[in-house]
Design a protein around this ligand. Sequence first.
Ligand code: ATP
Ligand code: MG
Length: 734
Amino acid sequence: MSDTASQSRIEELLAGLNAPQREAVTHGEGPLLILAGAGTGKTRVLTHRIAFLEGTGMARANEILAITFTNKAAQEMRERVELLLGRRTRAMWVMTFHAACARMLRAEAHRLGYTRQFTIYDQADARRLVKRCLDNLGVDTKRYTPGAVHHQISDAKNKLRDAEDYRRMTGDSTAFTTHVADAFAIYQTELLRMNAMDFDDLLVNAVNVLQLFQEVRDRFSTAFRHVLVDEYQDTNAVQYRWLQLLSSEHRNLAVVGDDAQSIYGFRGADIANILSFEETFPDAHVVKLEQNYRSTQTILSAANAVIAHNREQKHKSLWTNLGEGEPIRIRELDDEHAEGRYVVGEIERLVDEGASRAEIAVFYRTNAQSRIIEDTLMRRDIAYQVIGGTKFYERAEIKDAIAYLTVLGNPQDVVSFQRIVNSPRRGIGQTSLGRVTAYADTQGISIWEAAANADQVPGLGTAAVRALSRFMDTMEGLRERVEQRVPVGDLLESLLHDTGYVDALKAERTIEAQGREENLAELVEVAREFDATAEEEMDTLDVFLQGVALVADADTRTDDEGLVTLMTIHNAKGLEYPIVFIAGMEEGVFPHSRALDEGGLEEERRLAYVGVTRAMRSLYMTSARRRNVFGAMQYGLRSRFLDEIPRELTDRADEPRIRPGMAAQRPGSWAASQPSPRSAAPVPAYRMGDDVSHAAFGAGVVTGVEAGGIVVVRFAGDGSERKLMAEYAPITKL
Ligand code: ATP
Ligand code: MG
């Protein structure tokens, strides 16, 4: 492109921005913080800054790392940049934290004992493995559910704590924490043995590899000249550390966020990361954006009034020139069915008046609330989509097909192997499988090798040996095709055929089985689309599986013309719709009863703020006086958030009721809203000469202690001396 052409392109780029936005986009080198309320163009600033950096030659495309939280947001960001830059966007890393870490680990995980074919376990796989660990420990999984235990493990990992740290910090304070600590240790060993990582490991291991290997850190932190992060208010400790490491060389870290929209505290997101950015980077350039381009003044004023009830927030004043707009419609209905009928009735009326269904979204606090609204929409024949409901990749047959591919890519993967060995039925029962697994364990070989030598497995009946041998013959044949690097679509098609999977479905002759076949055909289609875009030299199967593992647990929103969109408010972050309904505005539902107990009220209020600020033109908020929650009838009070919206902004069809005993019914809820002092992690003090043990490097001795919590350790194993962050490194004092 000629200089004048690129010049005019940049002028065009800047023309669509207001003064502070332009200031942020054109900021040169050094840390940059854009702290602004909802709808002020933060995401727009990021995409324009990316284009600006590239367009002015301040950074080459492959020197830019841009991070967001959801796949949908990453996809949108990539599309927006592509509009501005075209094909050059291809070389950029515009992706989620998890995708970026997975990509980094494909190249570096071998340093941590994984192969590049490592499997990514989604939440369900992870929970299954936790259950196995608990079973092995003889723990009653009805009392100590795998879900609850996994949550604790995940929470610890997100704070960069390993099993030992967890045990040290909780002590053996309760039976529960003891079980968690035990299961955590086995779980990690098992994951490594199976060459698998869960979602949290992607981040933790990416941090480890950067932290432990100077040359890796040097390479990546030099390569990424500019690091940009959207929704920075939702980063947790491990993500924060990862960003710090990556931007350590150039210090060109540009983050945008809104402290009022931090809604992932329950996953360890630390609002302090954004509030203290200026302390971490005293030379940070700070830009504030105050003009909202999304919503009417009424919607903004309502959002501002609600969030004003939180103590912990930076004050921001938002304004818009989109005018007053309509009042917020607040309706109190008899029960959830009446609520569903009201919402759907309004949707029909709006569509009759000319609104497009795609302009309408219905939000709720928890996934379970969607069913009644879905039923009503279905009865009225209104096309809709649910974001984050039962998804394509969660269907059994899709998970089977993926498990087959996974085993072909990673023969160590016991969980996937167990899933497919008898699906379709081949006469390989639980007992036989147990013997094969035990044999693999005692011999220290992979499950694949054990099954391929079924005749060597003690105690296995002849029928089972024959069945396994036949099965493994098929699998060996497929594995050869993997080695020949056939396209993933072809591989998938042959495996569905060769393993008898499709034939078994055909033999069922049911509607369901037919549906399953169609889903599998759809998956083959997904693989073919992938093959069409795959680059020559890449490990296609692994890259394909990595992509699947990451979308499987995330959002797959499509902008199909004419679909009403349903989703939880968490999923709606960063999105906008002309017409928004928020259903279930009741105490106990929203704010959620769990949040009241745990002092999470401020986070619930931020969530309300996120919900309200998605609306551009019209906002409806509904509540039910009675609601069936998991089989029990509940009589809910109207949500306090509704009462926090000034009456003059609303059109309320129901007079507020006097609510006797209100205070008595909310024991402690106000006390719970007091900000609690954050507990600092107790890090043992290290002194020269202390003996320590490191998870990867083994025994060592402290040879120095430096400012900023750094300890220098000389390791006995290879004699190396390494600098470690005392707080984060997997070291223990002996
Ligand atoms: P959120 O806090 O919800 O993530 P945000 O601050 O990221 O919001 P954007 O999504 O970037 O805001 O922008 C909100 C809307 O305002 C978008 O439709 C965007 O195109 C529009 N917008 C932002 N800045 C301008 C501008 N200078 N001129 C015109 N439209 C703008
Ligand atoms: Mg945004």
